[in-house]
Ligand binder design. Structure first.
Ligand code: CO
Length: 258
């Protein structure tokens, strides 16, 4: 017997009615055009949906998702998405968003090989193997896992920045900014991992992604950043704390509020 998933259609009707009640022109406006400022490249994980975590409505963010938000420059899917986002939608920001606790990243750290997903994750698993000593020197398994989740974001931003599609956009003077973020499943907050790249010069000035394995970072959520800024402002010699720089008291590495 066919399962028709009627409960999902019912939920859809409720949602559409609710949106139309809140804003009678909502669907008419969206049907006429989409004009998002952002392209989100994220993980397929069912717990992170771009619109929800950004608090944006349909029409406001163009989305590509795959396992572990990997950017393969031979992936027709992501290249077509990038081309459409840049050339047609003219997005101003491309945001690669990874997440802590990513099963894809975890898979890249294990010895077991041979599944299709291992081919997909190959750039990350090769990175982990190459820098095994640096990861081994980290405090524990949680730190290793978290750091590889962060480095994966940094790696994929560099890969987006290296595509001819993005280079062409910069060459014609388009304002196109690349960002690397990471999301905490445990608190629902986004953190800026970097790098920020807005030009070929920015990209070429970046340290290699290999160096990331040797640098301790501590990406801060906006909640923490605001707290740090308030602390800096109240300190007599207060200076702005960069998001990955020295932490103010109470926010040191290993503290759970990350
Ligand atoms: Co994931």
């Amino acid at each position: 017997m066919t399962e028709t998933l009627d409960h999902l259609f019912d939920r859809n009707v409720n949602w559409a009615h609710r949106k139309a009640a809140e804003d009678p022109t909502f669907f008419r406006r969206l049907a006429e055009q989409q004009a998002p400022d952002y392209l989100w490249i994220g993980c397929s994980d069912s717990r992170i949906t771009a619109n929800d975590v950004l608090g944006l409505d349909p029409g406001e963010v163009f989305v590509h998702r795959n396992i572990a938000n990997i950017v393969h420059t031979s992936d027709m899917n992501i290249l077509a998405v990038l081309e459409f986002a840049i050339e047609v939608l003219r997005v101003r920001h491309i945001i690669v968003t990874g997440h802590y606790g990513c099963g894809g990243v975890r898979r890249a750290m294990v010895e077991e090989r041979g599944a299709l997903v291992d081919h997909w994750l190959q750039p990350l698993s090769m990175y982990y193997r190459k820098h095994r000593a640096a990861f081994g020197a980290m405090a524990g398994d949680v730190q290793r896992f978290d750091r590889l989740c962060e480095i994966n974001v940094e790696m994929q931003v560099r890969r987006v920045a290296a595509t001819p599609l993005v280079e062409n956009a910069w060459a014609r003077g388009a304002a196109l900014h690349l960002h690397g973020w990471i999301y905490g499943l445990h608190d629902g907050l986004l953190r800026d991992v970097g790098p920020h790249v807005s030009s070929v010069a920015d990209r070429d000035a970046l340290p290699t992604v290999d160096s990331c394995a040797h640098e301790a970072t501590e990406p801060a959520s906006a909640v923490r950043r605001h707290a740090a800024e308030a602390f800096s402002a109240s300190a007599p010699d207060g200076t702005d704390a960069p998001c990955c720089g020295p932490s103010p008291p109470g926010f040191g590495p290993g503290t759970p509020q990350r």
